[in-house]
Design a protein around this ligand. Structure first.
Ligand SMILES: C[S@@+](CC[C@H](N)C(=O)[O-])C[C@H]1O[C@@H](n2cnc3c(N)ncnc32)[C@H](O)[C@@H]1O
Length: 171
């Protein structure tokens, strides 16, 4: 699914030049990583972290490896690799289809602890929802929001519209 204008407008509102950002569980999609690298510029850094290593065979991922401010890391999480600390923001796309599965109560508290400690105070957690997720989130289920309240109590919801849920780490 193509990322919406709404997504990028809001991401640009929270992410600035020179920042340290991670996209977790990106799979073979390169568009968020590439877009973020333009926003943070040469003084910033983007970490793409996933347990798979599609970087050799996938043409988009091969191109990404040549961008100096993107670092692709093959890692099974938790833990979050130690390079990716003191982050200004973390983005996760289609979280509900990714681990940790938040919809059946089996989510692993460890990954949330790792997400919490890798983001600095005042930093953001940005969750991108596909159309199925948007419907499920906004028809009363609030799966994501309940999960974040339970697992990431330091994070305050600051934006909730269309394909985005944005949280800020308060303490
Ligand atoms: C549904 S897929 C891709 C989701 C991607 N964000 C998208 O929108 O296409 C989930 C991804 O999460 C990665 N993944 C799942 N569990 C993981 C774990 N424990 N550690 C690291 N990566 C994991 C998989 O390798 C896969 O690329």
């Amino acid at each position: 699914m193509e990322l919406s204008q709404h997504f990028w407008e809001n991401v640009k509102h929270h992410i600035k030049s020179g920042q340290r950002i991670a996209e977790l569980y990106h799979g073979e999609k390169s568009d968020i990583l590439k877009g973020l690298s333009k926003i943070v510029g040469e003084n910033g850094i983007i970490y793409g972290i996933d347990e798979l290593n599609p970087f050799k065979k996938d043409r988009n991922m091969k191109k990404l490896q040549k961008i100096p401010n993107i670092q692709l890391i093959k890692a099974l999480m938790p833990p979050i690799p130690k390079q990716a600390t003191n982050l200004d923001a973390t983005i996760i796309r289609e979280f509900i289809w990714t681990y940790p599965l938040p919809f059946n109560g089996t989510e692993s508290p460890e990954i949330y602890r790792a997400i919490d400690s890798s983001i600095k105070q005042g930093g953001h957690l940005i969750l991108h929802l596909n159309q199925t997720e948007q419907k499920s989130e906004r028809d009363g289920h609030q799966t994501y929001q309940k999960t974040i309240i339970k697992q990431l109590p330091n994070f305050q919801k600051i934006y909730d519209n269309e394909d985005l849920l944005i949280y800020r780490k308060e303490n």
